[in-house]
Design a protein around this ligand. Sequence first.
Ligand SMILES: *Cc1c(COP(=O)(O)O)cnc(C)c1O
Length: 366
Amino acid sequence: MVKFLDIQRITASFEPRLSEEVQRVISSGWYLLGEEVAEFERAFAAYCDNVHCVGVANGLDALTLILMAWREMHGWSEGDEVIVPANTYIASILAISRAGLTPVLCEPSEEDALIDASLIQSLITDRTRAIMVVHLYGQVCPMDAIRPLANQYGLKIVEDCAQAHGALYKGARVGALGDAAAFSFYPGKNLGALGDGGAVVTSDRLLARTVRALANYGSREKYVHQAKGINSRLDEVQAAVLRVKLSRLDADNDRRRQIARRYIKQMTNPLVQMPCVHSWLGHVFHLFTVRCERRDALQSYLSEQGIQTLIHYPIPPHKQEAYKEWSHLSLPVTERIHAQILSLPISPVMTDEEVQCVIDAVNSFE
Ligand SMILES: *Cc1c(COP(=O)(O)O)cnc(C)c1O
């Protein structure tokens, strides 16, 4: 049996250091807003080749806080628009709604499932304020085509890096490719905590300060509240865990790439389409997604062969009840991707034997 993602094995591979670090924080008696988080913030900002990092409670909050901060800093109004890919995890879109802004859905490119930069211009109105790029599956969006548009129209770029810790675009790290970036440290991500966690990364000092205040009840100074903030913190235990795991992130991403290379080279079943890879140096393969017209049959077949797979994602955001107002929308590329996509097991702790099992199973599907 090959698990989709063996988190127990991942955690065990960091022992005994992980338990030692957690024990150290437990003994310290200091659990929030302390040195562990400050140290992790410094380390993670440096890892992203950026200046500021603010630890927050999760990826959704990181995205939301960036948009809330920009609203406050730039006087954006309720209903101002943010362009976002239609085929993303719904959290990207929920963050826009939660900040009181309006998500404007952009179709992805059929080839790589990332936002189709050639369609963005046609979606820009006089209320557009930002473009949210989502580095989906661990592959970076076509920033060279997006940055000039943002500059031309005076738009902010926010990167959703929840699936792309450590990914590179022409040698530059995600987290430093836009005006601000949001990360999630949900346990299953490439850099995962033992619970929830997230971070905002930016080179803009004022934005970092504003996010930090908004995440702390809108307060810069104890018991003085300048804005209607929220409570969203990364805790000391998770920060200590993340520092241990950050030290192996590049090596873990290398192992993911190695597995992906083997999959693409050795999976030769014409019924199963391999993912497009723009740059082998840059992709961090949070997910290894194939496409198949008979996706559900492929998934059941693999399951019979003992291979666990998942669908990212089965229902597109515009077909969710949460966004009933979009139920009339037709987004054919997004809908086709959702109907055909299947994620195969990939993780830094998979053995070569497990990789071979997945390859053999996919190749024997008829
Ligand atoms: C996981 C994920 C998020 C949300 O992160 P949480 O920490 O679960 O809130 C946002 N966007 C994308 C693309 C994700 O995959």
